[in-house]
Design a protein around this ligand. Sequence first.
Ligand SMILES: [Zn+2]
Length: 78
Amino acid sequence: MKTMTCNQLGGPCDLEHRGETADDVIKAQDAHLKEAVGGGDAAHQEAADAMSARWADPAGGMAWYEETKKSFDALPQG
Ligand SMILES: [Zn+2]
């Protein structure tokens, strides 16, 4: 298991997401952003919008995904 924070995934807080793969933490972050914004947390709005834009623009989103995957792979296990 590895840990990436909301911050490392482009968000504004230090909440930790744990997962076996980059996809796990990206999915967790996506859910976290939706939940935060749904709960009226304006600080997460920008990151949530950026995440939605990535899904709408697969080519642009892929660069972010590759970067995030690289960061994830470079993390120590634990
Ligand atoms: Zn957050």
